[in-house]
Design a protein around this ligand. Sequence first.
Ligand SMILES: C[S@@+](CC[C@H](N)C(=O)[O-])C[C@H]1O[C@@H](n2cnc3c(N)ncnc32)[C@H](O)[C@@H]1O
Length: 298
Amino acid sequence: MFTLDLPAANVSTPSLETAELENLLNYLKQVQQIDLTGYKRPTLMRRTLTRMQQVGVEHYREYLDYLEQQPQESTHLLNTVLINVTDFFRDGAVWDYLANHTIPQIIAKKEPNEPIRVWSAGCASGEETYSLAMLLAEALGIKQFQQRVQLYGTDVDLNAVMQARKGYYSAHEVSAIPAALQKKYFEHTADGYLWRADLRRSTLFHCRSLIQAAPFPRIDLLLCRNTLIYFMEEAQIRVLVRFHFSLTHNGFLVLGQADNLSAHSQSSLFTPVSRDARVFTKVPDAHRDARLLSIAFC
Ligand SMILES: C[S@@+](CC[C@H](N)C(=O)[O-])C[C@H]1O[C@@H](n2cnc3c(N)ncnc32)[C@H](O)[C@@H]1O
């Protein structure tokens, strides 16, 4: 029987400061449709205070007034709160595992012309999505890749998504890509490196929140790395349940090295295939639990 280890409700009386932060988060959610309520409080507080210092405001209450008066401020706050650190082929051993095991298995289980659908959730400025694209194109060949692969990159940060859509990176940024792949998949321009024009249709980038938006269906490979770490346990569970719905029967979920999720909820939904590479498959039938449905889509 599936039981959820949801965190116990906080029964202590919140301090004035905590209550004011919660007011601010509720305002952002209800008025500006920015839902930060699922994020871990210590990081959220630290980052919000950083932004408050930048605009010369001391208390959350005053900052709420400031947010109401300055239409652009919520974007600046979001830019401070969201951490966009990423890289091509970040954590190299994981990519070796995907190239040598996961991707060949996905391809082997498909019919020759069957589509392959991949989702990089929390893709930041696109490096992870393009890393996936290179591995898939290497495994399938360019023509098959163009015909069969649909890659989605999603992030809640619009600026990061716009950067990802451009597919334009500096020499420093592409230095993490093996030279042969860099040469094959990027056009060297005067100022940087541009993702190949003929492969652009296979990569779609959307600005959407994992906490608020419905998941993509029929996904064969889903990477969500170094993103759930910022979410509180209940939000993590909600997103994991949605990922379970998203993946095909044989689909794979890849989490980040630092995504230390609740062991119980994770194991109720997913079984590890490689603990080192943080690759998982679905526990069959976990989705039949009505309670999970209500948590994921309430
Ligand atoms: C540290 S980056 C990880 C990027 C990439 N996955 C990697 O591991 O290199 C975390 C990303 O998660 C995004 N993020 C945070 N909250 C999100 C949410 N609710 N929905 C979608 N993306 C989110 C941030 O904007 C940021 O770009």
